[in-house]
Design a binder for this molecule. Structure first.
Ligand code: ZN
Length: 316
């Protein structure tokens, strides 16, 4: 089996992040606040977050904030819950949550909660259980979960449960691994995992592992490195991770590395990107691969960052 080429991945992420300075580059439009989270998250898991300038990142992130309190994908873009969570996660990585006007961010997030407890992603109103996770995760990191109607939020997530034990994007929707991560994560953060039938869901999730060792997101689909995160984190949260073949999954993720230029792709020999690099490394973290920091399966942040948020800065 190959090895994790961590230093190459660091080089790859730094080469992508550096181009972020060029805000006018249409080519780099895709690298928004969530791209920064994936890249910087990779660096942190590999113990190399100190290779980037904190002030540069924080000042750019804060320029992406809209007057409503929400964050856009880049400077001048419309705010959306997705980017708001990524911005909060990036600030958490750098222990810079203090720069936020927490009341403002909180009021943006809570303004998107509907009467039935669900959340829309932005003012245009598309409702999706993913946004419930994002709102819950975001306010939990800001320690303002009590500002939303948690009971109703949980009730809505539970209403998205499917016959196979999974979760869909709205009530009556079809199970999908990334949606399951969001719903299980939302229930984990709110202490509501008792709503899940862990054996039924665990079975559906472990059936996502295909012959090559990789995981797919739904039955009959091709494996993809990012599901190493969505499926595995869910299995960890419901305590069923021992139901998959860990060694085979490690091999699959390592086979998706570009061992020359760094970065990880969705499938072996495809083009690499920051998203799959982050979730590949995050998957290896859940598989306790040596040299990768431990990641929290619900918050998708390194465990030491989550501990710092909830238990304060440690002095060592
Ligand atoms: Zn993918």
């Amino acid at each position: 089996m190959g090895e994790l080429v961590g230093n190459k991945h660091v080089e790859y992420v730094l080469s992508v992040e550096r181009r972020k300075d060029d805000f006018h580059s249409v080519l780099m439009e895709h690298l928004r606040v969530n791209g920064a989270y994936w890249g910087l998250g990779t660096l942190d898991l590999l113990g190399k977050l100190d290779t980037v300038d904190t002030e540069d990142v924080v000042s750019w992130i804060m320029k992406c904030q809209h007057k409503s309190g929400g964050f856009g994908g880049n400077i001048g873009h419309d705010p959306h819950l997705l980017y708001t969570l990524s911005a909060v996660q990036v600030l958490a990585l750098f222990d810079m949550l203090d720069v936020l006007d927490i009341d403002k961010v909180t009021s943006y997030v809570t303004s998107l909660q509907k009467e039935d407890g669900s959340f829309s992603g932005d003012i245009w109103g598309e409702v999706d259980s993913r946004f419930s996770y994002i709102a819950i995760c975001c306010l939990s990191i800001l320690r303002r979960l009590d500002s939303m109607d948690v009971e109703k939020a949980v009730k809505y997530v539970v209403s998205c449960k499917t016959m196979d034990g999974g979760f869909g994007c709205t009530p009556g929707g079809e199970s999908h691994a990334s949606q399951i991560f969001c719903c299980v994560g939302a229930l984990a953060i709110t202490g509501s995992l008792h709503h899940i039938d862990k054996d039924i869901l665990g079975w559906w999730l472990c059936e996502r592992q295909v012959k090559s060792g990789g995981l797919n997101g739904r039955p009959e689909k091709l494996p993809d490195v990012c599901y190493s995160w969505w499926v595995l984190s869910s299995l960890v949260m419901i305590d069923r991770v021992h139901w998959i073949d860990k060694e085979k999954l490690i091999k699959y993720i390592l086979d998706c590395q570009d061992t020359e230029k760094g970065g990880i792709s969705d499938r072996p020999d495809d083009a690499v990107d920051v998203y799959h690099t982050y979730f590949g490394v995050a998957g290896l973290s859940l598989l306790e691969y040596p040299g990768v920091k431990a990641i929290d399966p619900a918050y998708a942040l390194p465990v030491n960052v989550v501990n710092r948020i909830f238990f304060g800065r440690c002095s060592t």
